[in-house]
Design a protein around this ligand. Structure first.
Ligand code: PHE
Length: 460
């Protein structure tokens, strides 16, 4: 086999996989979904999803990747034949579409970082208006998201160890440091405790079908599951490493960043007397107002740090998203990595253009008639979310009926002497065989109904 590269060791893999998981999903999407779904009630369901559904799926994905040592398509193909190979292709395609819109939002974060740190965004009289104008400024959008894609491609083109692992080893610790600094600051603000209460004391009556749907798709998205990112990263893991404990550390790292982002944002929002239910613009419209109120210097430093944090988080995720199709072309088509990476980056940037102009520039894309009048970026993002839960559910079916659970267990016991016979083994086996396929199947169908028709209208 040609040398595909691998992670230097346990830490390199864990940081890279946690880097993939920690992203805009944690810092931008998790807080606004929690804000819209009752705060603590959402957090509770979210944690349940991670524990019951996501952790076992993550273990399964990494096991498949490491077993075969190939890309998402190659791994399914080798263990399950051509028809299962399609599941890998489906994931690779999902990754391409996720990156296409993700890069647009990452471009906004990058632009905000520059405008707050070095420009005069914070002097603007109306942040809602600013954001509305900003996402409709085609030249800013083009440059910033192109810039972001170039950073991503630069890292991925350097390969697994020199590119992906090295970048994560710098960015992930910096991200934690910035986050901790921001939490300490926000907890010391007046009325911060109202935010903490909203976030930590659940109001069980707040739990609705929507809460469960949002928590589930968010958990899958946040842990980068269901589309082959962890199969691909798993394929670079050496056989003497403990997959189960690595998966546990990755899940905890990701969940803690989401948790801490909430702990940073809700005190800020409540202490400024703002509403947490703002939705996607929460981070872009509400936070700048708060940074503005901190005064010109502190606002610049705190606000700039926040958006830098968002950029780091996004970059370690875009890197993993680009690696999935890149690994496919390198492994299956034997194409050179550098050319593949730059070609894909350009292609995905172009696929992202309709999402970029869907925030108002092109009225049709802004209000899709077949999608309850929502915009194209939301459409692509929702479809990708659904494909993740379906992909995760099918992976469990694949392990149960095709690859067989005993073979997975055998792979998992490499580098983990105590795995066989442990409670953890029983838990993982039970959830992968029964709980995940069933729950993921039912919930994916309900989410599709909800997205296209509105669940209340159908069952209400
Ligand atoms: N997990 C990333 C986030 O939370 C997004 C992502 C999804 C990355 C799927 C890779 C694969 O932002």
């Amino acid at each position: 086999m040609t040398n595909r590269g691998n992670f230097s060791g346990r830490l390199g893999f864990i940081l890279a996989a946690a880097g993939s998981a920690v992203g805009l999903g944690n810092i931008w999407r998790f807080p606004y979904l929690a804000g819209q779904n009752g705060g603590a009630a959402f957090l509770l369901i979210y944690l349940l999803c991670i524990f019951l559904l996501c952790f076992p799926v993550m273990v399964g994905e990494i096991a498949i990747g490491r077993k075969v040592g190939s890309d998402a398509y190659g791994s399914y193909y080798k263990l399950g034949g051509r028809s299962w190979g399609f599941l890998g292709l489906f994931g690779i395609l999902a990754g391409i579409f996720i990156l296409s819109f993700y890069n647009v939002v990452a471009g906004w974060a990058f632009g905000y970082f520059l405008e707050i740190s070095f420009g005069d965004l914070l002097n603007h009289p109306d942040f809602g208006g600013f954001f509305g104008a900003y996402v409709n400024d085609i030249s800013d959008n083009l440059w910033f998201s192109l810039g972001f894609m170039v950073f991503t491609a630069l890292i991925v083109s350097q390969g697994v160890q020199k590119g992906i692992e090295a970048a994560n080893k710098i960015m992930m610790p910096s991200l934690y440091l910035i986050l901790i600094g921001l939490i300490i600051y926000s907890l010391t603000l007046p009325n911060a405790m109202a935010g903490v209460k909203f976030y930590l004391i659940p109001e069980l009556s707040e739990i609705k079908a929507q809460t469960v749907f949002d928590a589930l798709r968010q958990a899958f998205f946040s842990l980068s599951l269901g589309m082959g990112a962890l199969i691909t990263y798993g394929s670079y893991v050496k056989k003497d490493q403990n997959v189960v404990s690595s998966a546990a550390v990755i899940s905890i790292a990701d969940t803690s960043v989401a948790f801490f982002s909430g702990l940073m944002i809700f005190p800020l929002v409540f202490s400024a007397g703002q509403s947490p239910t703002e939705g996607p613009p929460l981070v872009f419209m509400i936070l700048p107002q708060i940074f503005h109120d901190m005064g010109p210097i502190i606002g610049r430093v705190v606000g700039g740090s926040f958006f830098l944090l968002l950029c780091f988080a996004a970059l370690t995720s875009t890197v993993s998203l680009l690696e999935v199709p890149a690994a496919y072309l390198v492994d299956q088509k034997k194409l050179p990595r550098k050319g593949v990476v730059w070609g894909l980056a350009l292609l995905i940037f172009i696929i992202g253009l309709p999402s970029m102009v869907s925030q108002g520039m092109v009225p049709f894309l802004n209000k899709l008639p077949f999608y309850q009048g929502r915009d194209f970026l939301t459409f692509v993002s929702d479809m990708c979310d659904i494909s993740l839960t379906i992909g995760g559910g099918l992976m469990c079916v694949f392990i149960t009926y095709k690859w067989k659970i005993e073979n997975m267990n055998e792979e998992l016991s490499l580098g983990n002497d105590t795995y066989m016979g442990s409670i953890l083994q029983k838990y993982i086996n039970f959830t992968i065989q029964y709980v995940c396929p069933l729950l993921l199947g039912i919930l994916s169908i309900l989410v599709i109904i909800d997205k296209f028709f509105g669940i209340d209208k159908v069952f209400g």
